[in-house]
Design a protein around this ligand. Structure first.
Ligand SMILES: Cc1ncc(COP(=O)(O)O)c(C=O)c1O
Length: 380
């Protein structure tokens, strides 16, 4: 396998964009770099204000935010959770860890989001949650998903790893479900290396979420002076992000509009320059429905066949450009098959997974690098 470092134009490259290093220095000077210090509060406050959610809690990853959501839902062994097969393993594993049974849905052929038309058929008396993933930062059909969930009394947990600051019908992604999980992993629009956040749209869960995130203790209440010592009050684990990472993250989040403007221009450059070439070769570009303001998380192409995708990856690799495929169908993975996943069960997922290719996309990708990528594609 070739290392990503060998590419002149890698698929992803993380970098500071604003005052990240100043803020890390400030955090160190303050002498308190465990969790829930000044920068954590600043990041959480910013997310709460920008998204209009009652509470945001920084976590060590999106995976851990999803685990917290699963804990808050008090899932019991045998409870069912409706999930897309076309996603990252954590979308499902967080619930499987609690003993839940994943029920796989296929995706829509246009946006590659959970096919909302299939969801209601999969509901049973044991269904406890629906977990939409806003693929590439384009919103799932939340009107339909929320309607099914409310009629059947089922929770919704949005996996919003790709979708921060995107919106669906004018409302920000991550603000529909009872909970939503954000990722600040290095591959995301805003990063601190590894990190995440749980957004709580229902204030009734806030106190318990604080406890579960803090090893099952009421330490947050202690910090607020609401109790005079803190103690073990519930189950829990260690999901609090260090303030050093929160300081880095704040440097990114405070310039979120600037980062999104840059990502939009990267996305539009690809889309504009590849339009004719793609049309002539029956290569499909991303579909963004008019009622979705996307989060500009990635740019992908859907090749006509798997062989052409492999050939294009090779072609780009020879020119020093790393383009990569994406999720393998989880219903066909070793674990997915243990939950009854069978070939043909999610045909769109199986097909798209073989043909999708993601192009280099990161905040410091320059126009001349994009020109190189586009020129290499046009040669193909
Ligand atoms: C849809 C989705 N959910 C969850 C995750 C997990 O994020 P993290 O690495 O922050 O745990 C990812 C990671 O890429 C993802 O793509």
């Amino acid at each position: 396998m070739t290392s990503p470092h060998e590419f002149a134009i890698p698929f992803n490259h993380s970098s500071g964009i604003g005052r990240e290093l100043d803020y890390i220095t400030e955090a160190l000077r303050g002498g308190q770099i465990a969790g829930d210090q000044a920068f954590t509060q600043r990041c959480q406050g910013l997310l709460e204000q920008a998204l209009h959610v009652p509470k945001a809690l920084l976590t060590t990853s999106c995976t851990h935010a999803l685990e917290l959501a699963a804990l808050l839902l008090d899932l019991q062994p045998g409870d069912q959770v409706i999930v897309p097969s076309f996603t990252f393993v954590s979308t499902i594993n967080a619930f499987v860890l609690r003993g839940a049974w994943p029920v796989f849905t296929d995706i829509r052929p246009d946006t590659f989001n959970m096919d909302e038309a299939q969801v209601e058929r999969l509901v049973t008396p044991r269904t406890k949650a629906i977990v939409p993933v806003h693929y590439a930062g384009v919103g799932c059909e939340m009107d339909v998903i929320m309607d099914v969930a409310s009629r059947h009394g089922i929770a919704v947990v949005e996996d919003n790893a790709h979708g921060l600051f995107g919106s669906y019908k004018g409302r920000k992604l991550g603000t529909f479900g009872n909970f939503s999980a954000q990722s600040f992993h290095e591959t995301k629009n805003f990063t601190c290396g590894e990190g995440g956040a749980l957004l709580l749209n229902d204030a009734r869960y806030v106190e318990r979420a604080e406890i579960l995130r803090e090893k099952g203790t009421n330490r947050s209440r202690f910090f607020r002076g609401q109790v005079d010592k803190y103690t073990w009050v519930d189950i829990g684990s260690s999901y609090v992000m260090s303030d050093v990472l929160a300081a880095f993250l704040y440097g990114q989040l405070e310039v979120w509009q600037q980062i999104q403007r840059k990502r939009r221009s990267i996305w539009e450059y690809y889309d504009h320059h590849l339009g004719d070439w793609a049309r002539e070769r029956d290569i499909r570009r991303p579909v963004v429905p008019p009622h979705c303001d996307q989060a500009y998380h990635m740019y992908y192409l859907l090749l006509p066949t798997q062989d052409l995708r492999s050939a294009l990856i090779e072609h780009l690799k020879k020119r020093g450009i790393l383009a990569v495929f994406h999720y393998l169908p989880l219903h066909l993975s070793v674990m997915g098959q243990k939950f009854g996943g069978k070939p043909g069960a999610c045909p769109v997922t199986e097909d798209v997974s073989e043909r999708l290719l993601r192009l280099p996309f990161y905040n410091t990708l320059s126009e001349s690098q994009q020109e190189t990528v586009v020129a290499a594609l046009l040669e193909f």
